[in-house]
Design a protein around this ligand. Structure first.
Ligand SMILES: *[C@@H]1O[C@H](CO)[C@@H](O)[C@H](O)[C@H]1NC(C)=O
Ligand SMILES: *[C@@H]1O[C@H](CO)[C@@H](O)[C@H](O)[C@H]1NC(C)=O
Length: 273
């Protein structure tokens, strides 16, 4: 990007990010309780950074698994359905237990995020919600968060622990507004965030993603993890759609595949590799 256009983009981003506003409510078994906003974070999850275009991966040898189209990315792993008029996406996952990869120093803080969202697959808009986990020394920190680009992610006061079952529903209520509901299934607590003022959505994709997110403007070290899954559906022109025919996305960094996505029926599986 030329400096002048970089500057314009920077100015445009700061104007737009000042306009992203969130309003949160928290519930405990259906009863509204006090909501506390989490501290500001330097973390931001980003739109798909594509490494290579779609290729067909033939999985005919696996019973019940179809050949799926796979793209590779430096930051996203998981599945995306694409088309028009995506209004909602729901996903359920377990907060992953992280580990350090071979070669990562014991003083490193590797991390990953698990989320569902609308857009960001082939455009610069993205509304999403999920969890973020990071190893700090020998302990693992987990946060629940929401994000609408171009603003950074917002940490919210829903306690999340390693192994918790989380369901998140991201719904676009307009081209620059939406509702994100994050539920702790184990305990019955939830937070509902209503947002407006983000980058205009085109609603052309819905996705279930395990991400190597950014801190500042560089990728954090990507943590190791046991195989993770997402279940859930998207709503597309008023019709429910499972990930069964989604495009799969693998994370490749420095020519090494770090995460590969597969489908088992309509369950998305992400394997550390
Ligand atoms: C979510 O459920 C788990 C139980 O596994 C609990 O440890 C955690 O504190 C719960 N979070 C909230 C906010 O209730
Ligand atoms: C997702 O959230 C929207 C908006 O709050 C709601 O209308 C819809 O019913 C929710 N979907 C599911 C499957 O819970």
């Amino acid at each position: 990007m030329k400096f002048s256009s970089a500057l314009v983009a920077l100015v445009a981003a700061s104007i737009a990010s000042a306009e992203v506003t969130w309003e949160f409510k928290k519930y405990d078994n259906g009863v509204e309780v006090d909501f506390e906003e989490g501290p500001a974070t330097k973390f931001q999850t980003q739109v798909l950074q594509r490494v290579s275009d779609a290729r067909k991966r033939n999985r005919a040898s696996f019973a019940g698994r179809k050949a799926a189209t796979t793209v590779t990315s430096s930051n996203w792993c998981g599945a995306a359905v694409t088309g028009s008029d995506y209004t909602s996406v729901v996903g359920t996952w377990t907060v992953a237990t992280l580990s350090r990869r071979s070669g990562q120093s014991s003083s490193s803080d590797p991390a990953l995020a698990q989320w569902v969202g609308i857009d960001g697959y082939s455009n610069d808009a993205l509304i999403q919600g999920g969890t973020l986990s990071q190893l700090e020394g020998s302990s693992q920190e987990n946060y629940a968060w929401t994000e609408m680009l171009p603003a950074s992610l917002k940490q919210i006061s829903l306690t999340v622990k390693t192994g918790d079952s989380i369901t998140t529903n991201v719904t676009a209520t307009g081209t620059d507004s939406g509702t994100v509901t994050i539920i702790n299934n184990t305990r019955g607590t939830s937070v509902v965030g209503k947002v407006s003022g983000g980058t205009k959505l085109s609603q052309t994709a819905a996705e279930w993603i395990l991400e190597d997110f950014e801190s500042g403007s560089s990728l954090v070290e990507f943590a190791g993890f046991p195989t993770q899954t997402f279940t859930g559906t998207a709503v597309h022109s008023g019709t429910s759609e499972s990930p069964a025919s989604a495009t799969l996305i693998d994370i490749v960094q420095s020519s090494k595949t770090l995460c590969s996505a597969t489908l088992s029926g309509s369950t998305v599986e992400m394997t550390d590799s």
